[in-house]
Ligand binder design. Structure first.
Ligand code: GSH
Length: 213
């Protein structure tokens, strides 16, 4: 049996941490969790105990340490093939990886202007670049739902690693009251309605730390 530990940041704020956490939960893979409080005087020291890269999330299995949310999702997919973390179909899988990579390396203005803050609600203040990101995000969601989503409520039907990559954004859309097209709105509802997402949200609501952007 696997002995996995996922090191993550403060749940209300750590968008990157949510990705592997929700994938593990939805896949039903047991793991221990270690939460490091972000933006504390000892945050870096605490993270460095686990990984020299100095960022969460970090997955540990025995003497193996994997940092970076997308690399962790890839490892989980290889390690637990039965979890079907990527779509089975070659073409769908290629697109799932492309949109995940786009999420991983892009959307800077959206990240900056709409930071994850699950338990708060703020009016939307997005400049042209951030609005462009919001529009592009909806284009991706509509395209994937339209082309590959028939078998379920998620981008490629059943929940996949691509949905784990976008789960933090679904919370940002709600936090900032972003008005979405019907397909994107329903997709965000599907993410936010996951029992795993509700569990994460309950923990985030119970946290005391307040980080001002
Ligand atoms: N590329 C990394 C980025 C991770 C990242 O930036 N994590 C932030 C928290 S969400 C972090 O660890 N920051 C270190 C700190 O706040 O000291 C990933 O996807 O895992």
């Amino acid at each position: 049996m696997a002995d996995l530990t996922l090191v993550i940041g403060t749940k209300n704020y750590s968008s990157w941490s949510l990705r592997p956490w929700i994938a593990l939960k939805v896949a039903g893979i047991p793991f221990k969790e270690v939460v490091i409080r972000l933006r504390q005087p000892d945050t870096q020291a605490q993270i460095l105990k686990h990984s020299a890269a100095g960022k969460v999330p970090i997955l540990k299995e025995g003497d193996l340490t994997i940092w970076d949310s997308l690399a962790i999702l890839e490892y989980l997919s290889d390690r637990f093939p039965g979890a079907n973390l990527w779509p089975a179909d070659l073409r769908a899988r290629a697109i799932a990886r492309a949109v995940s990579a786009e999420m991983h390396s892009g959307f800077g203005p959206l990240r900056q202007q709409l930071p994850m803050d699950i338990r708060s609600r703020f009016p939307l203040q997005a400049d042209e670049a951030a609005q462009g990101d919001i529009d592009r995000m909806q284009e991706i969601w509509k395209d994937c739902r339209g082309r590959f989503g028939a078998g379920g409520k998620f981008l490629f039907g059943p929940f996949t690693a691509a949905d784990a990559m976008f789960a933090p954004v679904a919370t940002r859309m709600r936090t900032y009251g972003v008005s979405l097209d019907p397909v994107s709105g329903a997709y965000c509802e599907a993410i936010l309605g996951l029992p795993a997402m509700r569990e994460w949200e309950a923990s985030a609501a119970a946290e005391k730390d307040v980080i001002v952007a």
